[in-house]
Design a protein around this ligand. Sequence first.
Ligand code: PLP
Length: 376
Amino acid sequence: MTADTGEPFLLTPGPLTTSRETKQAMLRDWGSRDAAFIQINREVRDRLVALARGGDAFTCVPVQGSGTFAVEAMIATFLPRDGKLLILINGAYGHRIAKICDYLARDYVTYETAEDTPPDPTKVDAQLRDDKSITHVVIIHCETTSGILNPVADIATVVAQHGRRFLVDSMSAFGALEIDVAALPCDALCASSNKCIEGAPGMGFVICRKDSLAAAKGNAHSLSLDLEDQWSAMEKNAQWRFTPPTHVVAAFHQALAEHAAEGGVAGRGGRYRRNCEILVSGMEELGFKPLLPASLQAPIIVTFHMPADPGFDFQVFYDRLAEQGYVIYPGKLTVADSFRIGCIGRLDETVMRGALDAIRDTLAEMNVSDRGPVAA
Ligand SMILES: *Cc1c(COP(=O)(O)O)cnc(C)c1O
């Protein structure tokens, strides 16, 4: 259990384990028009643009809700009603964008690869050459379904060569993996408060080009998800249009200060990379097989094949680990039966080694000796 709260560690894709100071930042009731809250909100937005290396051409528009609200707001705002989106899919979050387009009645096409296969830039190049009606392309930075790192920069180059617009769902990567929105280039990138920045859940944000955002006026089908309207209102009076998640913003402000103190993206990503290395090598020593080769694995969450041993019961494994203070996550792959263990959140080497010890003991109790996948 965590030393300071007695709560279990969340080795999941989010919500995640946060610091005590981040939780304590929520012990105050802020008025939405309070000058100090407005200042905190301003600082959060500015810091997020800086983390994305956005510069003056970019702004950050926050939106109430979970990460999906920010994804939907990004698509609804940036994709014109007569636009057409190419969705690069290799997992559940790519499929979710297609579903969003169905709801929004926006035109789209997909390029789907298997969950353990990144999209091929030459295929995207051909698809954009063959279909001139595609106006925008969207990619998932780290597809959290498997933990795969997608080739965002290579795809961005192809999209720019064709003069199309690029959108990025960087939900589970932002803050831990370097991204430079101006250099890519991209029109908009979305993420949320409760992943690699280690804040509380409850708000998403979209970092985007101001000129593209201004040009997107009138695109959105939804008042609450209209980022252009949220932005122009916030620029006028510095306030959120509708009740802001004040406690979540205050916690996020604290979490961003801790992110900076850890050395920003390099520091945060470095800790997650060590967590991931310890996890993967420890699990391999125990006989488990990760889904992805190291070259495709993002240091965010790792998918392991379900052991072949007939004595292995995932629910029992999960429950026993949770009793020992380590919450893992089921898999949602179609290519293989699997489970996932996260490396993100307020977790360090000691926690990862503790989790491995608990896994070793639990397997011994369960008498599971064959930890490799079922032979294909
Ligand atoms: C977490 C996540 C989301 C958003 O999920 P919510 O459950 O709505 O917060 C979107 N895309 C990716 C890649 C994610 O990892």
